[in-house]
Design a protein around this ligand. Sequence first.
Ligand SMILES: [Ca+2]
Length: 497
Amino acid sequence: MKRILCMLLAAAMLSLTACSEQSSGEDGAQSSPSGEGASPTVETEPAEEEPARLEDDLPDTDLEGWTMRILSHHDPLSDERTIYAYELTGETVNDLIYNRDLSLKKRFNCDFELIPGNGWATDQSMLEASVRAGSRDYDMSFLLPFATSGALITKGLLYNMLAVPHLNFEKPWWHTNVNSLYTIGGYLPFVSSDYLISSYQYANALIFNKKMAMDRGADDIYGMVREGTWTLDAFERVITEFSQDVNGDGQYTDEDSYGFASNFGYHAITWGYAIGELGVQFVDGEAVLGFCDERFYSLAEWLYGILYGGNLTFEIGWDKDCEINWDTDRVFMQAIWLADLVKFRDCESPYGIIPYPKYDEAQDGYYTYMDARSGNMAVPIDAEADTVKNVGLLMEAMSCLNFNDIVPEYLNSIMNYKYARDPESVEMLGYISAGRRWDIGYTFSSVDAGNIVWILDFHLKSTGGNLASKVASIEKVNRKTYQRILDGYADLASREW
Ligand SMILES: [Ca+2]
C-alpha cells in the first residue's frame, strides 16, 4: 500500500515534468494534473500489483576504483543533504541516499567524495579557481547558478551537457523541460533530474490551516482550485476575515491574527509567476523581458494591498521561520517552499497544501516558480574525456534510482499524515508540480534592486504598488545584462564539443 501511495504521489508530481513547455507562457502547465496520477484512492485496497521499476539500461562498467569528486553548494539553509549522505542516521531519505550510493559503488566499482562549499557562492569560486589553475579538483558539481548571476556562462566554466555520454533525456527521471529551457544554440550548461530532490523541495506553494477553516466555515478552497475559481479575488476574500487585533492594543504584531504570512522577498516574487509570466525569455537571440505589462502592473497594485494595505499579512523575515507558531491558529494561510513542510510534520493543527491562485478564471492553469536552491548538476569545462563519460554514467544511474525509490519516499514524507490523512493534498501537489516554472531571468539574476525579476521585492512598497515607471527606468539595463549572457552562450556553443 505504501508503495502504491508513493507512486501516486510521484505521478502527481511528475505529471508535467515530462511534458511542459517552459519557454512559453501560453500552454505550459495544464489546468489540472494528470487524472489517474492525481486521483488518490488511498482508502481502497487496489489490486496488489507492484508498478514495474524502470531500468537505466546502462552498460556493465568497471570504473576500477575511480572516485567521483562532487563539489556541492553548502550554506546554512540548503546544502549537500539533498544529494549526499555521509552515514546512516535512521532518517528515511538520508538512508535511502546512503544505500543508493552503496549499491552504485558495488555495481560500478567506484567511490564518491563530497566537497562542500561554505557560503552562498564559494562553491562557484572554488570551481573557477580549479578551472583557472587547470588543477581539475572536481568531477561534477551541484551548484546554484543563480548565486553568481550568469558568471558560470560568461566565464565559461561548464562543460556542454549535451555532449556527456550516457545521459538519456528520453528517460522520465530527467526534467527535460528544464534542460530544454537552458539549451541555447546547442549548448546546455547544466541539467536537472530526480537526482536533485531539491527540484521538488524548492517549489513555492501555500498551506492553509484546516482547523481555522473548519472553525470559521471558510470557503471550500480545494473545490475552488479544482474548479479553476481559485483566483486573486478568491484569495483576498478568504484571507481577509482572519486578520484580527487579538490583544486589542491597536497594533498588529506577532501576538495577533492574520489571513496570510509570507516572506516579502523570495516568496512574494512568486506572484509574478503565479499569474503566468516569466522574468526573461530568450527569443531568436534576444532577451525579452516579462513583468512589464498592464496585467503585471495590476497584480502589483493588488499585491501592495495584500502585503502593505490592511494588516492582512504577517511578514516572515529573510531565511527565517514564521514567528507566529502554526499551532496557535493565528495564521490562516502561509507561503512556503515544499522543503519547509518537514518542520510542520509534528504540528497539531492540520494543514492543507494548495497552489498560488490564478490571476483570473480565464488563466489556463496554476503556476509557481522554483527557488534558486533547487540548483543544477554540471561538469567542469576542462574535465577529461574519461571523466565526462564516468560522470554521465553515474548521473544517469543515480537519477534512475532516485526516480524509482527516493523521490516517491520524499514526497510521502512531506504529507501531513500524523493526525489526518489528506488525499486532497496529494491532488493539490499535482497542480503545484504541473505549474512549476524555471525562469532564465531568475536563474541568471542576483538579488538586485535593478533587476526586473526582483521588482516586487525591492520596489513594491516604495512605489505604493505602481511599478510601471520603475520598470521603464530599468528595462534597458536589464536587456543589456541578459544580452551579455546570451553572448556568453554563443561563445560556448561555437566551441567543438
Ligand atoms: Ca495587537
